[in-house]
Design a protein around this ligand. Structure first.
Ligand code: AMP
Length: 125
């Protein structure tokens, strides 16, 4: 079920629980601003999720309310994860789903990092 990205942050969402260590994850990176872990249902050879540590529902919420330090730290972390996975030279794709039309299911901002193969067209259907 897609989420409503205009609702307040829900501290019981699954990624909040992963950040608090209440649910296990396959962690690949962590710093002051971001946490990255493998998607439980990978859609490509590489499918990693990068999330900010702050309480932000979506890209809209984050880009409106996050500090410049949070935004800078998060963007740098996404790039670092991609570099550490060796994805820069072959290329990769970033995706953030927002709300119903985007198909967002978890109400904590996450960027999907896809790679390890040719990724085809940007939008299916
Ligand atoms: P989205 O549709 O953009 O909200 O994507 C949510 C993503 O979270 C999906 O790709 C799911 O496979 C992934 N996901 C859901 N629960 C977990 C979990 N416990 N650990 C890792 N990935 C998860």
């Amino acid at each position: 079920m897609p989420i409503d990205p205009t609702l307040p942050y829900d501290d019981d969402n699954i990624f909040a629980k992963i950040l608090r260590g209440e649910i296990p994850s396959n962690k690949v990176y962590e710093d002051d601003w971001a946490f990255a872990f493998e998607d439980i249902n990978p859609q490509a050879e590489v499918h990693t999720l990068v999330i900010p540590k702050g309480r932000y529902v979506s890209w809209d919420d984050f880009s409106t309310k996050a500090s410049d330090a949070e935004i800078g730290g998060f963007v740098r972390a996404v790039g670092k994860v991609a570099r550490e996975k060796g994805l820069v030279e072959p290329g990769y794709r970033l995706l953030a789903n927002i709300g119903a039309h985007g198909g967002q299911e978890v109400p904590h901002l996450h960027v999907h990092l896809f790679g390890g193969q040719a990724l085809g067209r940007m939008i299916s259907g």
